[in-house]
Design a protein around this ligand. Structure first.
Ligand SMILES: *Cc1c(COP(=O)(O)O)cnc(C)c1O
Length: 427
């Protein structure tokens, strides 16, 4: 007997028992059918990790799995004020007064899903520190600025930063699903009615600039978070960019696959897939973010043929430790995400408590390079204040020279020779 026949027997549906008085009633059958169809709606089928499930049963009782997995619900139900924060977190006095004191852009904003990953009773928990403000945010240190990268200076039309010869940064929206306290665009985001406005009219200006500038072959969509834009509008924008012949390469910078993984619906993926070659840079911070939900969101994107890179900001007390960074990088590779950039934290106003020394970043790179998979080591860089662009830093491998030989240090600190009679390095 073949294996197939055995299987078929095992999977045969059980005979329906019809007991007197318990015959199926048509209206109940209809209701059951409806429930079944609803439960199978593909857009809302999404994994929920056990801790998150316990969290939402506790803090959002009566919420169905359908709602929880609906990105619109997550977006609508974001934690945005002191009252909501206090309902869920045991806030420190410092956090409380900082939230009360805060005005203007970069408000509190946390999706319920992302909150479920945070320490509820522990103000020092890494993900919580990156999203709930503290008094340190009001301290301004020398060298800090609202626009340290000088983006406003390189803005050619509103929302379009053209700094490098062949590529542009396109700020598409001022909205994010969650607001990171160290945001490099703190001045721009989460401030409806503020100085920075984003609209289709503004997009048109950017598109007109891009149509005229044939030297631009690469457009990086950022914001805000471009994936907070609805499917139809995003489809329209990507389509317009694709229609410009000299633009070869599109990429989206986003944190949504991490903080609102439910946004990566099959419909969204279908939209993105239409506009290849499309790449994506995803903002990751900590291995705690690597949940089954994120495994699903990244798998959907990778399966759609979107090459995924990660961007991580080096943050004091959050991820400035090889014991945190290495599992993060390994977890990313397992999810088909290539670690792209590790950023030294920008000197944004009020970010002093997050910034490490530059040595720390080099120490992390030294702990990765050579010790683990080459793909797992991101490029460490400083986005130069004043608009100099990204400047890469790496541990110096040049140990000197011995006549015609260049002396090079390997990852273990051992010195090796390379014949380089015409070279100048190490002299
Ligand atoms: C980071 C950035 C880019 C893209 O830089 P890559 O090194 O190509 O990833 C483009 N424009 C601006 C203004 C940027 O800050």
């Amino acid at each position: 007997m073949s294996l197939q026949i055995v299987r078929r027997q095992v999977l045969k549906p059980p005979l329906r028992e019809v007991r007197p008085g318990l015959e199926p009633r048509p209206h109940l059958q209809e209701a059951a059918k409806f429930r079944k169809v609803e439960a199978q709606k593909p857009a809302l089928r999404f994994p929920v990790n056990p801790d998150t499930r316990a969290f939402y049963r506790r803090f959002y009782p009566g919420t169905s799995a359908r709602d929880w997995n609906d990105w619109h619900w997550q977006f609508r139900t974001r934690i945005r004020n002191l009252e909501e924060l206090s309902r869920i977190f045991l806030l420190s006095d410092d956090e409380k007064s900082a939230v009360e004191r805060h005005k203007g852009p970069l408000p509190v904003g946390i999706t319920p899903y992302y909150a479920s990953l945070m320490g509820l009773d522990d103000a020092s928990e890494p993900l919580r520190r990156t999203h709930i403000m503290t008094g340190d945010e009001f301290i301004r240190l020398p060298g800090e600025d609202d626009d340290p990268l000088g983006e406003d200076h390189d803005t050619v039309v509103p929302g379009l930063v053209h700094r490098y010869p062949d590529r542009v940064l396109f700020l598409t929206t001022g909205t994010c699903s969650t607001y990171c306290r160290y945001c490099t665009r703190a001045r721009v985001v989460g401030n409806p009615g503020g100085e920075y406005q984003f609209s289709v009219k503004q997009w048109e200006q950017a598109l007109a600039y891009l149509e005229e500038h044939s030297e631009v072959r690469d457009v990086l969509l950022s914001g805000g978070d471009p994936l907070s834009i609805g499917d139809d509008k995003l489809d329209w924008l990507l389509g317009r960019l694709r229609a410009i012949k000299h633009i070869e390469f599109l990429r989206i910078g986003t944190k949504i696959p991490v903080v609102l993984p439910q946004r990566i619906t099959k419909d969204l993926v279908k939209v993105l897939k239409k506009h290849h070659p499309l790449w994506m840079s995803i903002h990751f911070t900590h291995p705690r973010e690597l949940t089954p939900e994120v495994t699903e969101s990244t798998a959907r994107l990778a399966d759609a043929g979107i090459p995924l890179g990660s961007q991580t900001v080096l943050l004091k007390g959050v991820n400035d430790d090889i014991a945190v960074m290495k599992p993060l990088m390994h977890g990313l590779l397992k999810r088909r995400v290539k670690p792209y950039y590790l950023y030294q934290c920008d000197p944004i106003r009020g970010s002093g408590h997050f910034r490490t020394s530059v040595d720390k970043g080099l120490e992390i790179i030294r702990g990765l390079r050579g010790h683990t998979t080459g793909y797992a080591t991101p490029m460490f860089c400083i986005d130069a204040p004043g608009g100099g662009g990204k400047i890469l830093l790496a541990p110096d491998p040049i140990a000197g020279r011995d006549g015609d030989d260049l002396l090079l240090r390997n990852f273990e600190g051992k010195v090796y020779r390379y014949p380089d009679p015409d070279g100048t390095l190490g002299r």
